[in-house]
Unconditional design. Structure first.
Length: 272
């Protein structure tokens, strides 16, 4: 391998999506390797590295490898109109969320610092001895989704997708983006197109990302959340299309267009 050869780096604990991406990379002649530890593989220094991993591994190797890890803005959901979210969503802190005196869905906007779920009130959230009060949190009205879908988006268009949940439980099925998709798939794609159109003007997204949408119990469609593609499971989505999105979302920072710079994850200094 020459110093300029691109490579897909997978975290030490490779998951099913990682295995699929490794095979997809091989089909197109892209080298893929699995890290042996949480340290930056020295043989990859100076190479054009793309990563598929969880946030912790991305943080551990990202700065040394010159990665530009794209992620949606923490307050992206709050910028969308109510007819797309189907609920009120506010960006706040854990300290403020602990004052809630009614049920609410509370989640960390990016990293999984605490469980994303419906809390009966603020007292049920992690206390000050567990997480600082200035920890970011998204608080939303409780909405029940009866089916949830994941869409991999590149340059404002859906490349592939998958159903991943029904009635809150894991239920994986492919979402065809070509050919003759079923009725739900048609509605998913149409609604996601509306979301992406709104995002283009009011709530920008990185050029490569993941958007989750769902059908609520009253039959309406609503946005669930957006996530970093380089750290998202592909479920039953087409691995080759997922790889296209992952390569852009977690590759060399020098290759990113200027419009993606605001979405760069802040990478910590790694002390060895």
């Amino acid at each position: 391998m020459t110093i300029a050869d691109p490579v897909l780096l997978l975290a030490p604990r490779i998951n099913e999506t990682g295995l699929q991406l490794r095979n997809a990379a091989g089909r197109r002649g892209l080298r893929a390797c699995t890290a042996r530890s949480w340290r930056t593989p020295p043989e990859l220094l100076g190479s054009a590295v793309h990563v598929y991993s969880g946030p912790l591994f991305g943080d551990a190797v990202g700065r040394e490898l010159g990665l530009g890890l794209l992620e949606p803005a923490a307050d992206w959901l709050t910028r969308l109109p109510h007819d797309l979210t189907g609920r009120r969503v506010v960006s706040t802190t854990l300290a403020e969320a602990r004052r809630l005196r009614h049920p609410a869905f509370v989640k960390p906007p990016a990293d999984k610092l605490f469980a994303a779920r419906v809390y009966p009130d603020g007292d049920a959230l992690p206390g000050p001895g567990v997480l600082d009060g200035d920890t970011p949190a998204l608080v939303s009205e409780v909405v029940r989704f009866v089916a949830e879908y994941r869409l991999f988006v590149l340059d404002g268009a859906v490349r592939t997708g998958s159903r991943y949940a029904v009635d809150g439980g894991l239920s994986v099925a492919p979402l065809e983006t070509t050919g003759a998709p079923d009725r739900d798939a048609v509605e998913v794609l149409a609604f996601t197109a509306d979301v992406l159109a709104a995002s283009a003007s009011d709530a920008p997204l990185p050029s490569a990302t993941v958007v989750d949408v769902g059908r609520t119990e009253d039959g309406r469609w609503a946005v669930v959340e957006a996530n970093a593609a380089w750290a998202s499971g592909g479920y039953a989505a087409d691995p080759d299309a997922v790889l296209d999105v992952v390569l852009r979302s977690g590759g060399p920072v020098t290759l990113l267009p200027a419009a993606d710079r605001p979405f760069l994850r802040e990478l910590p200094e790694v002390v060895r």
